[in-house]
Ligand binder design. Structure first.
Ligand code: GLN
Length: 279
């Protein structure tokens, strides 16, 4: 079989299993199988694919047909122009979160600051910040030991061993340290809404990275309370939040002596990120 034929089979199979982008996904999975870029495959569709590779490809197709996200099959996801290792223990980095990184890089360009990333997951936020803020240092915590393993792998990939510490720990147990900037993309989905998420997310991404409790604000509240005592004077708290949480989050921030400095809307016009200062 050649690449053209095998992509056709893959597409048909994924379509039958109601996967939303069957052509693209079958091409990408073939590129993973052959360890080539998608472009290299598409300019040489005549190339013969040996039987061993066909078997590997079929296994990937099976996984995708059951809604496993492409990022978990590929074991990587691009975020802010860099590739990050991911697996089922880490949330898949999202484009919305890039908006937060973009804003913070504008504000802190060339500065020397210390950053805490709460619920670091794959480490995509803090690593992206520190790749660019070359004089700064950071600390990433997550209660998932397996997520921290991935964050450390990403840290090694980007040569940031000397500037980032990753620790398996609850942020509530951080004492005797103060930061210029605290970032967090905490779980913020309302418990009752989890069942409405698409299968890719609901069945595969870590529940504890998504579930924000009854009103989705459990973790956001805790992060705000804690940040009061571990931010330096004039320190900034930068949070990603869920749809329609802006009003409530602003109120919690104000009640805790923060002033909302900036907010960022996502591609669907929802306020997705909030930056606040301690008064
Ligand atoms: N900080 C990681 C990210 O934004 C993980 C966030 C999470 O697990 N809620 O992708």
């Amino acid at each position: 079989m050649n690449a053209f034929q095998i992509i056709k089979i893959g597409t048909k199979f994924l379509k039958e299993n109601k996967i939303s982008s069957p052509i693209l996904d079958s091409e990408i999975l073939l590129s993973k199988t052959l360890n080539k870029t998608r472009e290299q495959i598409l300019i040489n569709l005549e190339q013969k694919i040996d039987k061993k590779k066909v078997l590997i490809y079929k296994k990937y197709l099976q996984r995708r047909s059951k809604n496993e996200p492409l990022a978990y099959i590929l074991e990587e996801k691009e975020f802010w122009s860099n590739k990050f290792y991911v697996n089922k223990n880490t949330l898949i980095p999202r484009p919305e979160t890039e908006l937060l990184v973009e804003k913070l890089l504008k504000i802190y360009k060339g500065k020397k600051i210390s950053i805490l990333d709460i619920g670091t997951g794959s480490g995509c936020i803090i690593i992206s910040l520190l790749i660019n803020l070359k004089k700064s240092v950071g600390f990433g915590v997550d209660i998932s030991k397996n997520a921290i393993l991935i964050a450390k792998k990403n840290r090694t990939k980007y040569g940031l061993f000397n500037r980032i510490k990753f620790i398996t720990k609850s942020f509530e147990k951080i004492f005797n340290k103060k930061f210029d900037l605290i970032v967090s993309n905490p779980p913020y989905i309302e418990k009752k809404d989890i069942k409405n998420l698409c299968d890719d997310i609901k069945r595969y991404e870590p529940r504890m990275a998504l579930d924000g409790g009854k009103d989705g604000l459990d973790l956001i509240k805790k992060v705000i309370y804690k940040s009061k005592s571990i931010l330096k004077i004039k320190g900034v708290l930068a949070l990603e939040i869920g749809n329609e949480q802006f009003k409530k989050v602003s109120k919690i921030l104000i009640d805790n002596n923060f002033r909302v400095k900036h907010f960022i809307k996502d591609y669907k016009n929802n306020v997705r990120c909030v930056l606040a200062n301690l008064e």
